[in-house]
Write a protein that binds this ligand. Sequence first.
Ligand SMILES: [Fe+2]
Length: 415
Amino acid sequence: MPKLTFGRGCLAEAGVRASIRGMTRIALFTDHFLKDGEHVNTVTQSLSDNGLDVTVFSDIRIEPDDATIIDGARFLSGGKFDGVISVGGGSVIDTAKASMIYALHPADLTDYFAPPVGEGRPIPGPMLPHLACPTTSGTGSECTSVAVIRINALNTKFVLGSPYLLPDEALVDSGVCDSLPDNVVASTGFDLLCHAIECYTAKAYTRWQKVDDPSKRTLLQGANPWSDLAASKALEIVGQYLVRGVKDNTDHEARDKLMWGATLAGMAFGNSGTHLPHAMSYGVTHLMHDITTRDYAVASPFVPHGISVIVSAPAIFRHVAEASPERHMEAAEFLGADTRGAASEDAGELIAQKIIGLMKKTDAPNGLSGVGFNKDDAGKLAASSFRQKRAIENTPRAISLGDIETIYANAVNYW
Ligand SMILES: [Fe+2]
């Protein structure tokens, strides 16, 4: 875990925290929506109050791609920086992480991505000191050792992972959520929900093959007692506070809790890893066409990450829960489902109904049809998602290409 400070107003501590870390010349990563706004201003003011130099890099698109990373690495290489601060959602924090990799350890782009897309070379050494400041209640990237990057040539997203990517410190200021539109709180809330439930129901660490060489042990190791701690609490939070947090931006209790839930879910997925809902979300964002989303000033085609994950989730849990019904029943309970009198074979349906209820109450799209797909698209979506080998292997039930196609076909609409 990074050192973590949580609470309203803590962004103003950035200068002191950076000084203590020994930073003097700082590269600040943010995006063009945030760069002239209140949160970045709070951070830069705090840095200058503490006599620290700061240069801003804001050329970051939502869902950063390899071109973004190459630009970020070039920016870092030219600046003689001794520290990085990221202020933004997952796209910004992940860009900061990935840019440091290629600035400090230059290589061909795909060298550090896992097969089949890359060479799977381990990232060979440390990054610059990194202080991460999330501005949405979803990503959790401030406490993970992974970055998700879109590879343009393959037209989809893949994961970079290394213990060296874990930020050194995080300032999680829940006050930043007050200004988030309802639709953003809903999408990021569904991302956090899926991080938590995927970690809790992932293939257990005891089912992964034992490695002879401890250095070969995977970074993301399946459901385990440590990730269970954080994932179970995050599920309770999202079940209890998501609708309130979406509906009322003056409900500080709900928005604070969701921010904490996102951080907890990040702790879990940086350790356990996500599984099929995230793998299948990449097919959606690969093949989406002619779609925009309210409250996101992003050109078509665009589906927010959390929505791309949640649209298939009910159909996925209906399919996979039979592999470990007790775990799925517990997850349903954490989310707030009434499990009294339920049999173990009901676990997947209980989770599906709970998620569908939250989707309806937050005006989420009704499955894949709500984001522009129909049953005929299932085959193409499956072929795209099937490339996400790591996440598919972390699924509690063995999954074939045909299974994924069937699940997509069952995710077209729910009500
Ligand atoms: Fe996610």
